[in-house]
Design a protein around this ligand. Structure first.
Ligand SMILES: *Cc1c(COP(=O)(O)O)cnc(C)c1O
Length: 339
C-alpha cells in the first residue's frame, strides 16, 4: 500500500479489502465465502445478540526480513475456538477449515501486511456467532464464522516500557466455574467498568484475583500474568483464566532457556517476592509491569523504577518476537509461512 505510514498505526480498525465467511446450516458447515462487505445481515432474534452465543480469537501475521509472511500457532487458536464452542453450545468448526479461512483472509489482503521494518503486523480476528433466531434460551441452529484482518502498529511505540496495573476486589471478570476459561465476548463486557476505572486512575489494566476467595492471582483483563524469581517462571493456575497461547509459548521458551516453570496457585502476597512481573498476550507479546498497586490493601509492589523491563522479560520478548518475524529459528514448529 502506498501512502500508508506503517509505523504510525495504532491498535485500531482499518478497512481492508476482503473478509472470509462460513455458514453453519442444516447441521453442517458450508464452503468458505469471500466478502468485500464490512456489514453483516443478521436476524434480530439471533442468539449472539440476546444470549451471548459469541466467541472470538486473535492472532497475527508477520512479514519477515526475507519478505515471507508467517502466522503464529494458528492451530492453537483453532482448537481454543472449538473449546469456546463447547463452552457456549455453538457448532464446532474443524481446525482445517479455521486455518484455511485464516490463510485466505491474509493472502487476499496482502497489500495491508506491514513491512518488516515498521514493527507493525496484520492482526487477524476470527469470530463465531449464533445467527439462528431463538426467543427462548436455547442454542441457535445456525452459526456464522468469519475472519477479518486489520493492520496494527507496534504495541510499544516508545520502546518496550513497563506500565503499572492495579488490584480492585470489587470487580470480577468471570465466575469461578463460568466462562473465564473461554474466549467469549461476554467476559469483556463484564470487564469494561473495572477496566475504565483503572485507566482513569492511570493504570494500563486490572489484575484480577480469583473470584471465589480473592486470595490468588488470576490474570489481567485481556492478558495472562507471570512473575519471575530465582530463575523461575511462575504463572497462575485457575479455572477462570483464559489459556493464553503466548503464555504457553513463553513457558516453553523459559524452559528452553534453563528456567524452571511453575503453573500453580499464586497468592497475592507472593507478588512481594517477584523480581519481574508482566502481562502476556498476542497484542504485546510481553507487557512488563512497573508496579502493581493493591488499591484495597493500600500496598504497592514495585518491579521497575527506571522505565526499563527486567532482563528475563527482555530476553523472552526478543526470542518470541524473533520467532514470529522469522529472525530466530522456529525449533518448535510454531510458524506457518502463508505467503
Ligand atoms: C485472548 C486473551 C488472552 C491472551 O491470549 P493469547 O492467546 O496469548 O493472545 C489472555 N487473557 C484473556 C482474557 C484473553 O481473552
Amino acid at each position: 500500500m502506498e501512502n500508508m505510514n506503517w509505523s504510525d498505526l495504532t491498535f485500531g480498525y482499518i478497512k481492508t479489502d476482503y473478509n472470509v465467511r462460513c455458514y453453519y446450516r442444516d447441521g453442517k458447515w458450508g464452503e468458505l465465502e469471500v466478502s468485500s462487505s464490512e456489514i453483516l445481515n443478521l436476524h434480530m432474534a439471533a442468539t449472539c445478540l440476546h444470549y451471548g452465543q459469541e466467541a472470538f480469537e486473535g492472532l497475527k501475521a508477520f512479514r519477515g526480513k526475507d519478505g515471507k509472511v508467517r502466522v503464529f500457532r494458528m492451530d492453537e487458536n483453532a482448537k481454543r475456538m472449538q473449546a469456546s464452542s463447547r463452552g457456549l453450545l455453538m457448532a464446532e468448526l474443524p481446525v482445517e477449515k479455521f486455518e484455511e479461512a485464516v490463510r485466505k483472509a491474509v493472502r487476499l489482503n496482502e497489500r495491508f501486511i506491514p513491512p518488516y521494518e515498521s514493527g507493525s503486523s496484520l492482526y487477524i480476528r476470527p469470530l463465531l456467532i449464533g445467527t439462528g433466531a431463538q426467543v427462548g434460551v436455547k442454542p441457535a441452529d445456525e452459526y456464522l464464522f468469519l475472519v477479518f484482518v486489520t493492520p496494527v502498529g507496534p504495541y510499544f511505540k516508545e520502546g518496550f516500557k513497563p506500565t503499572p496495573v492495579c488490584i480492585m476486589r470489587e470487580y470480577d471478570r468471570a465466575a469461578p466455574h463460568g466462562t473465564g476459561n473461554i474466549k467469549a465476548g461476554g467476559n469483556y463486557g463484564a470487564s469494561l467498568v473495572a477496566g475504565n476505572k483503572a485507566k482513569e486512575a492511570g493504570y494500563s489494566a486490572v489484575l484480577y484475583l480469583d473470584p471465589r476467595e480473592k486470595k490468588y492471582l488470576d490474570e489481567c483483563g485481556p492478558a495472562n500474568f507471570f512473575g519471575i524469581k530465582d530463575n523461575c517462571y511462575i504463572t497462575p493456575q485457575s479455572t477462570s483464566i483464559l489459556p493464553s497461547i503466548t503464555n504457553m509459548s513463553l513457558m516453553q521458551l523459559a524452559e528452553d532457556m534453563g528456567l524452571t516453570v511453575e503453573r500453580r496457585s499464586v497468592p497475592v502476597e507472593e507478588l512481594a517476592t517477584f523480581e519481574e512481573a508482566a502481562e502476556c498476550g498476542t497484542a504485546a507479546v510481553i507487557a512488563p509491569l512497573s508496579r502493581i498497586d493493591d488499591l484495597d490493601e493500600n500496598k504497592s509492589y514495585v518491579y521497575s523504577t527506571d522505565g526499563k523491563p527486567g532482563p528475563v522479560c527482555e530476553k523472552l520478548y526478543k526470542k518470541l518476537r524473533g520467532i514470529q518475524y522469522g529472525d530466530e529459528p522456529d525449533t518448535h514448529g510454531w510458524v506457518q509461512v502463508v505467503l
